[in-house]
Ligand binder design. Structure first.
Ligand code: IPM
Ligand code: MG
Length: 358
């Protein structure tokens, strides 16, 4: 029997609550499936670790997790620590060196959940947003001098490389090709940004030639926000730069009913390093410790984790269990207008997993 090793990094805020729910559900699936086992190692990295040690994770942190088959991540962000420190000290300190350059964010309106869009109930909104996850606006290039003086200067430089753009375009075209509609929208801003974004567009056209059966179009990012709201059915797979996709994916999550549901995979497609799976909601300190965090975003991320490991049957079973659970309003947490607790949703999903007809 196969045994997979999972590194669980709950991080900050509600991360601990949703990751422990996610681990419970994964173990339930392993038990139900019988074909694989999971060994889960926990790492207490994050804001509290920073307060004790001055860093978000130990210096050899990556060495401790680089041989795991996958990483299940909660969130990074602490009310007492500046956000750029928590982000760069943990999440990006894993994503970038592990070359998890393809960030995939599926969006669907799950059964029982209401979109804020009038007349949009489900099938009209089924998207895959591919976020470039290694460079662009998050390249970390820039500087700050003459602090506090009138002369103070600060820059954040967005970097795009041909190699980086080619690989994310190829990934996105391939993903679009694998979906029934074979439709890709390349998001850009090459009207205003006349160097890197123009190269981005050119490389999209070059890679498109390799995928004759994929229909693709190009859309300016501002116009894309309107299209997502006004014509959601015209969209299927989307590829965008790091920051553009960051913004668009929050909009997507809201249009699908709640940011508490949205999952992410930070993929290293070549599998040289482990990939990392996380809900997109963040640490949510306003509800931390109340037991009301929505674990569905983590469960859906666990679906992506299982798919990545090649456990398609277990992944499908978990997705079905998620859909049956969201369909029942008794299991809606407050972000969905309900009163359910994290433990209620978790128990419902596990009960469904062990049911006869799944
Ligand atoms: C996301 C998040 C992060 C990002 C935050 C927490 C820095 O918003 O995963 O989308 O901007 O990348
Ligand atoms: Mg974001």
């Amino acid at each position: 029997m196969k045994t997979y090793t999972i590194a669980a990094i709950p991080g900050d805020g509600i991360g601990a609550e949703v990751v422990s729910a996610g681990v419970e559900v994964l173990q339930a699936l392993a038990k139900r499936d019988g074909g694989f086992k999971l060994t889960v190692d926990h790492f207490d990295w994050g804001g509290d670790y920073y307060k004790k040690h001055g860093t978000m994770m130990p210096e050899n942190g990556r060495d401790l997790i680089k041989l795991h088959d996958a990483i299940l991540f909660g969130s990074a962000g602490h009310p007492d620590i500046p956000d750029h420190i928590t982000l760069w000290g943990l999440r990006l300190a894993i994503c970038q060196p592990f070359d998890q350059y393809a960030n995939v964010r599926p969006t669907r309106i799950l059964p029982g959940i209401t979109s804020p869009l009038r007349n949009v109930h489900g099938p009209e909104l089924d998207w895959m947003i591919v976020r470039e996850n290694s460079e662009g606006e998050y390249a970390g290039v820039g500087g700050r001098v003459h602090r506090g003086l009138p002369l103070e200067v600060a820059t954040d430089v967005s970097i795009l490389t041909r190699a980086g753009v080619e690989r994310i375009m190829r990934f996105a075209f391939k993903l679009a090709q694998s979906r029934p509609r074979k439709l890709l929208t390349v998001v850009t801003k090459s009207n205003a940004q006349r160097h890197a974004m123009v190269m981005w567009d050119e490389i999209a056209s070059e890679i498109a030639v390799e995928f004759n059966d994929v229909t693709w179009d190009k859309m300016l990012v501002d116009a894309m926000t309107m299209r997502m709201v006004m014509k959601p059915e015209s969209i299927d797979t989307v590829v965008a730069t790091n920051l553009h996709a960051d913004v668009l994916s929050d909009l997507a999550a809201a249009l699908a009913g709640s940011v508490g549901i949205a999952p992410t995979a930070n993929l290293n497609p070549e599998r040289t390093f482990p990939s990392m799976f996380e809900p997109i909601h963040g640490s949510a300190f306003d509800i931390t410790g109340k037991g009301i965090a929505n674990p569905i975003g983590t469960f859906w991320s666990a679906v992506m984790l299982l798919d990545h490991l090649g456990e398609a049957k277990a992944a499908k079973r978990l997705m079905t269990a998620i859909e049956r659970t969201t369909a029942d309003k008794r299991f809606h947490t407050p972000d969905l207008g309900g009163t359910a607790k994290t433990t209620d949703v978790t128990a419902a999903v596990i009960e469904t997993i062990h049911g006869a007809n799944i």
